[in-house]
Design a binder for this molecule. Sequence first.
Ligand code: SF4
Length: 323
Amino acid sequence: MTVLLEAVEVTKRMALHGRQHGQWFTAVDSASMTLESGKVVALVGESGSGKSTLARLLTLGDEPSGGTIRLAGKDVSHKRRTDRQAHFGQVQLIMQDPFASLNQLHRVRYILSRPLRNFGTADGDLTAKVIELLERVNLTPGEQYIDKYPHELSGGQRQRVAIARALAADPVVLIGDEPVSMLDVSIRLDVLRLFADLCARDGLAMLYITHDIASARYFADEINVIYAARMVEGGPAEEVTQRPRHPYTQLLLESSPDPDRSSQRRTLPMADGSNEPIDREQELAGCPFAARCPHAMPICTQKPPPTTTSTNGHWTRCWLHEE
Ligand code: SF4
């Protein structure tokens, strides 16, 4: 498979404001991942873990403080603002809320024509190209949707228009930031299947960002788990979900619905302030999950756990698995 987008040891430090003025916190700490043509990679973690910050860095909506972002092998980490347009076209972000992300004052025709013009991706008949985009996201026949306003569409149809708008730029990578979490449960599966088809059929790479490991298990080829700015486990989706090694991944799976599992669902232990920025800085000295981990040992708060990788590519960062 062709590597399209890579993050290598990417870090983002941010300045705090207000009463914490002058202090910094780490939103993403040394995150690495590879997005390949035809493959879906999931990034799973709870709110505030750094998932969306990493998405913003990958789309060059923000500049990393450290590490490298490569598109088709070229370092794009510190491109000047004026040189980022080509990257914006190649790496498209799909947001959580299709109602907020589409301009309610414009018809679908305008919403899709604009990126076609801006990115210069349509030759000839613009209407035909808009209809083709609509049908690519299974809004068929396209003529039925082209003159509708977003408020005349269902939530699922609106998200398909948002996906069509992303495709209008002719990207090689799609980044979906919780792209189905605001949709009815009944249509989430259809939208995830559409993403899977786009990757398999058209060779796109996808990063699927979610807090829901159950949907990642169903949909992704590979899963990376992030907790408090740090990637803690990753590998083939089947392997990570069937044989999770990190206690945080185990708790995520135990607290997610699984029709195949007869045991009781567990609830994640309460965050005891560990997601607060200042506490997070202190935890970077050791394991970020130490305050919540049922298996924590003295070394867990003293030294960052090493990365342990098995031959099948399943890796974890936890002292329990030190070799
Ligand atoms: Fe728990 Fe220690 Fe492993 Fe962190 S390193 S997950 S605290 S056992």
